[in-house]
Design a binder for this molecule. Structure first.
Ligand SMILES: NC(=O)c1ccc[n+]([C@@H]2O[C@H](COP(=O)([O-])OP(=O)(O)OC[C@H]3O[C@@H](n4cnc5c(N)ncnc54)[C@H](O)[C@@H]3O)[C@@H](O)[C@H]2O)c1
Length: 700
């Protein structure tokens, strides 16, 4: 007689009584008890041909008890009892506990608030080499280290992504001889990589969606037999080729509750294979966060970062600030399936302001630059927030903060450490660069509840937001006046759309009246501005009459040619060829401008810097000590500028495309404002608002 036993539970009380997975949706009380009994009976009968079936008494009020795979996870004489995620199933726990105890198993119980749903989410490699364990919907990643320890086995954690396949055994089935039947889209990319690295390609049997939704992975594997609800001819053929006999038995009534053959059984005789040992790659860290955590959504962002990157979290402590201005504190335990995933999560958490508890703090890790312009592997990528790094137990502020750089450490004459953000291309052999995520923290202004709305939509559909754009323009006008009056610095980055939409005279006004201290753009803003100033057309269109002018398509080339003849825009202004417009005002007011070249540039103008590294450096030089940046309809240059700018500088991004505005304004800082509108209209509103303020005495 076989020594393989399965635990089953007759469907006496089975029904779909509630909805805890997508399969149950619309199926409440829709399953037929008679048909369920008949289908379960056939499965039981089939299994009995090859194995022993043991039964647990069905109980009233726990209709899902029929799915015994979720009773616990058995290995040898040990069982890790399930801790159900949903209250609806928690009533099953004592019945299964009683059964295991009565049978003499050594029972391990997880802490009350640590869900783990037994063999539904944990499947042994059929050679007994390791345990595949799922998390993401029903079981917590933090349960895996305990299971590894109790069962003394290596655990490979897999993250489930598709809520139709909420348990590992709905989309994954290890088979005899090291084969693996699985549905890859149900897992995140890290898990798919882990599967592919662990199981040789010729042993992987990937199924398609049609088979997956028929629960083809929810299979009972006994030797070289696979018992399942239903399979396609293609899959049957693949399984046959791999040496398996497929036995189908309809289980449609149970599919209505999201289960099939495997869910209805629990293998209670899992042999312990020698040479296994507890090995777990899961890492856990604790982080602390302080600030207006709820109002600003920071706490949600932090938890999303953990979950979306493949980790799991436990909020250990949360102290809510009770007054409007008081701050909250949170302590969160973060777990990740591997060191790499943990590093990714920690990098993002540091960016949002999370810190490690004092007692766990370490100094930064440093690695040498061994090739000019190349950072060591695993270098820490800087962000826009003021950052500090811990060296010899002391926090050192990072200079020249910017996005997407590396943090290089040097020492002063007095041997004091100096930390500086550097572009990869500027790194030199012998320098030391911060790697990993230890000993790094970022500073954030607390984002209080009265923070401004981040995005204002003017042209967008839905609620009329015209008044809201007017309000934000009033606010920007007021700030521009303040900055001008106190001698501050405003930078405009602008694209040619400013000219096409009739905004050039308004931008020229801003420059003339001293509201703009630097202009950053490309070839096009200057070319089209000069075309309009000299010929009255923009891309060949008469700006007054709105009609195209014969031969107008050549206008901008004529202008480029003219400026090239004079050698520079400045010279063209000086000789009186250009007498109005944006560039004219820049030259007349001595406002510096940098025109960065691009592949699509015509000409280019002699002033356009076609060496991009030089252009980037010139932009960065101009961006020092800026109070506000107005980004006007140039995705290319605005994104470039955004990356070079540290937090704390107010950025106003105006673009007709909400996606561009969101990308630029959503830097997670209070200082950014996005305005979705036509840039010509925006500039016209801004100028009329500033004109209204002319009677206001100087704001100093
Ligand atoms: N003839 C030339 O030499 C020439 C012509 C065009 C562009 N270029 C160069 O190409 C590069 C990219 O040009 P770019 O910055 O114009 O392009 P871009 O695509 O980076 O940005 C244009 C932005 O304007 C937005 N926009 C369009 N209509 C708008 C409106 N009515 N109101 C508000 N926003 C609006 C778009 O959504 C887009 O985000 C630059 O370096 C530029 O100098 C050169």
């Amino acid at each position: 007689m076989t020594d393989i036993s399965f635990l089953m539970c007759a469907p006496d009380h089975y029904d779909v009584d509630y909805v805890i997975n997508p399969w149950m949706e619309g199926n409440i009380h829709k399953s037929s008890r008679d048909r369920a009994v008949e289908q379960w009976g056939k499965l039981c009968h089939l299994i009995k041909e090859f194995a022993v079936v043991e039964l647990v008494q069905p109980e009233k009020g726990v209709p899902d008890m029929v799915f015994t795979a979720n009773a616990g996870l058995v290995l040898g004489n040990k069982v890790v009892l399930s801790r159900f995620y949903h209250q609806e199933r928690q009533g099953e726990e004592p019945y299964f506990l009683a059964w295991f105890e009565q049978k003499g198993y050594e029972v391990f119980q997880l802490p009350q608030d640590l869900p783990f749903e037994g063999a539904g989410d944990a499947l042994f490699d059929r050679e007994g080499r390791w345990l595949w364990a799922g998390y993401g919907f029903r079981s917590e990643l933090d349960s895996h280290p305990l299971i590894a320890q109790w069962l003394d086995i290596e655990v490979l954690s897999l993250r489930l992504m598709d809520n139709r396949f909420y348990h590992l055994d709905t989309c994954f089935c290890p088979l005899t001889d090291g084969y693996l039947l699985y549905y890859p889209p149900a897992f995140d990319s890290y898990s798919n990589r882990l599967i592919e690295m662990t199981v040789p390609a010729h042993k992987l049997i990937a199924i398609d969606e049609a088979d997956a939704v028929n629960f083809a992975c929810n299979t009972v594997n006994i030797g070289h037999r696979v018992l399942m609800n239903k399979t396609s001819d293609r899959l049957k053929q693949l399984l046959n080729q791999a040496g398996f006999e497929v036995l189908e038995t309809p289980l449609t009534e149970f599919l209505k509750a999201g289960g099939a053959a495997k869910c209805l059984t629990l293998r209670v005789t899992e042999p312990v294979t020698p040479n296994k040992n507890e090995k777990i790659t899961i890492e856990s860290r604790t982080v602390e966060m302080t600030g207006h955590l709820l109002d600003s959504g920071v706490i949600n962002r932090a938890l999303d970062v953990v979950a979306e990157s493949g980790g799991s979290f436990q909020v250990l402590d949360f102290k809510l600030g009770l007054q409007k201005h008081s701050i909250s504190q949170a302590k969160i335990k973060v777990s990740a399936p591997s060191h790499d995933v943990m590093a990714t999560i920690m990098g993002q958490l540091i960016e949002i302001g999370a810190v490690q508890p004092e007692q766990e703090l370490q100094d930064v890790c440093l690695a040498d630059v061994i090739q000019n312009g190349v950072a060591p592997d695993d270098f820490y990528v800087s962000n826009i927030y003021p950052t500090e790094v811990r060296i010899d137990g002391i926090w050192v502020g990072v200079q020249k903060q910017r996005m997407d750089g590396a943090i290089a450490i040097s020492y002063s004459a007095k041997n004091a450490p100096i930390a500086t953000c550097k572009l990869l291309r500027d790194l030199e052999i012998g320098e030391k660069v911060v790697v990993g995520v230890e000993g790094i923290r970022t500073m954030h202004k607390s984002e209080a509840r009265e923070k401004v709305q981040k995005e204002f939509s003017f042209m967008g559909a839905g609620v009329s937001s015209e008044r809201r754009v007017e309000l934000i323009v009033e606010q920007i006008a007021w700030e521009l006046r303040q900055i001008r009056d106190r001698g501050g610095k405003v930078i405009v980055t602008a694209g040619p759309v400013v000219v096409h939409t009739g905004g050039a005279p308004h931008l020229a006004y801003l420059i003339r009246e001293g509201y703009v201290q630097v202009l950053l753009g490309g070839n096009a803003i200057a070319v089209h501005d000069i075309e309009q100033a000299v010929l009255g057309t923009s891309l060949g269109m008469d700006m007054q009459r709105g009609v195209s002018v014969s031969g107008g398509h050549r206008h901008h080339l004529n202008m480029i040619n003219m400026v090239r003849r004079f050698g520079s825009i400045k010279q063209a202004v000086k000789v009186g060829m250009v007498t109005s417009g944006i560039m004219y005002e820049c030259v007349q007011r001595g406002v510096p401008y940098v025109l960065a070249g691009s592949i699509r540039d015509d000409g280019p103008l002699p002033d356009t810097e076609m060496d991009l590294i030089k252009a980037q450096t010139a932009y960065a030089d101009q961006l020092k000590d800026t109070d506000m940046i107005l980004m006007l309809s140039s995705m290319l240059h605005s994104i470039g500028v955004g990356n070079m700018t540290p937090a704390g500088v107010k950025m106003v991004c105006v673009d007709i495309n909400p996606a561009v505005v969101t990308k630029l304004a959503d830097r997670g800082s209070v200082e950014s404002v996005g305005v979705v509108t036509d840039v010509g209209l925006f500039l016209s509103l801004l100028v009329s608002q500033l004109k209204k303020l002319t009677s206001v005495p100087a704001l100093v």
